[in-house]
Design a protein around this ligand. Sequence first.
Ligand SMILES: O=C(O)c1cccc(C(=O)CC[C@H]2O[C@@H](n3cnc4c(=O)[nH]cnc43)[C@H](O)[C@@H]2O)c1
Length: 225
Amino acid sequence: MRLLIAAATTFELEHFQHFLDQKFAKTAEHHYCKDNLEVYVCITGIGMMQAAFALAAAIGEFRPHFALQAGVAGAFNRDLALGSLVIVRAELLGDLGVEDHGTYQDMFDIGLMQEGRQPFAGRQLVNSFQDFPLKLNLPFVTSLTVNTVSGSSATIHKRTEKYGCDVESMEGAAFHYACLMKKLPFLQVRSISNYVEPRDKSKWKMKEAIRSLNDWMIENLPTDL
Ligand SMILES: O=C(O)c1cccc(C(=O)CC[C@H]2O[C@@H](n3cnc4c(=O)[nH]cnc43)[C@H](O)[C@@H]2O)c1
């Protein structure tokens, strides 16, 4: 059985790849085997464009039975602790749109994308798969995917009012879109590295977030796909 694991950057999966190096046979670059499990680690690069291209290529070539995206994210929702993990239930597009003088309108608002048109449910890319080969032992959240990270009070206020999402990333929607289009069962797991607030990297808990993400991956790696 083939499992595709995607992350934006190598450092987000460093400990997990170290675990694979030790416990699995490495059959090619980023490609591991153990018993009947084949794992391909796809480092997509940051952002929707790079993620979409890398995922389409990896899905086409590796033909996975299941795909897992793992990464860090910012949280709008202050009930989510830094370093804690979430599963993304639904993805929304946060900055694909137009500025109409002072007002932002997205593609659905101006009629250039249709609500409910496959693979969207309404305006969302919802993970509607049922049979997951790993434990869903984390809170489910909604996520906004953006090209430009929210870093000013004005942008944060506008995006919170318009979309009301729990977390923000730069690749999640591309992952949901690719998997839904390919009817490939998937799961997106994110670890909270920072709150979405006016940019102040001194407050970020990147190391802690990556550690908890990798620990979870090692503990929950599906072995019975
Ligand atoms: O230097 C910055 O201001 C900066 C802002 C956002 C992210 C970064 C990174 O180095 C990580 C990029 C990576 O992390 C995800 N991520 C993490 N926090 C957020 C966020 O608040 N909003 C959106 N994306 C976030 C993202 O998916 C990227 O892949 C540096």
